[in-house]
Write a protein that binds this ligand. Structure first.
Ligand code: GRF
Length: 187
């Protein structure tokens, strides 16, 4: 059984979908959820799903090996970033090179980089008059949003779309494809 660690900073709806997807099979399980935000709703999801939660602050994340050691103690095979907003420190990047996968709610390389997260992404897409958006699932390396792209899926942006309605379409793509891409990596 492979072990997945999910990093999340917010609501955690992808986290929940991934955990449920793998709980139905024998390939992998979500071993722990790592979170930097004590107010994040993903914490409630973790307890409902009965998955251990590792909460840390900036200092614990960047100034030592606490998170890396915890990942290794749990024999983590793959790190999944599902709405995680901090940069991954070098010690974890090196230990898990090619084993950290991220999802971005737009078609990279457009609408990526600094400040491009959450609703800001969908607002920018609509303001630029794009006719399509979508998701990008990619590996992480030192430059954020620049690792190898594993999958992109598109959805239309229609004239009446708002950032909220676009976010909903993008989320639907995420729920459908993210667990399957993770499964492929682990196989
Ligand atoms: C998703 O849209 C993902 O693409 C982005 O952050 C959002 C997380 O949503 N990286 P949730 O917390 O899984 O609901």
């Amino acid at each position: 059984m492979k072990r997945i660690a999910i990093f999340a900073s917010g609501s955690g709806s992808n986290t929940e979908h991934i955990a449920e997807y793998f709980s139905k099979g024998n390939l992998a399980k979500v071993e722990a959820i790592y979170c930097n935000n004590p107010k994040a709703y993903v914490i409630q999801r973790a307890s409902r799903l009965n998955i251990p939660l590792v909460l840390f602050d900036r200092e614990k994340f960047y100034a030592g090996d606490m998170v890396l050691r915890d990942l290794q103690l749990r024999k983590t095979d793959l790190i999944v970033l599902a709405g995680f907003l901090w940069l991954i420190p070098g010690n974890i990047l090196r230990a898990y090179s090619d084993r950290i996968v991220n999802i971005h709610p737009a078609l990279l390389p457009a609408y990526g980089g600094k400040g491009m997260y959450g609703m800001a992404v969908h607002e920018a897409v609509i303001q630029s008059g794009e006719t399509e958006s979508g998701i990008t699932i990619h590996l992480i390396d030192e430059v954020y949003d620049k690792g190898k792209i594993l999958l992109q899926e598109k959805c239309p942006v229609l004239p009446g779309d708002t950032p909220e309605s676009l976010a909903e379409k993008v989320h639907r793509l995420e729920y459908e494809h993210f667990p399957k891409v993770i499964e492929k990596i682990l196989e």
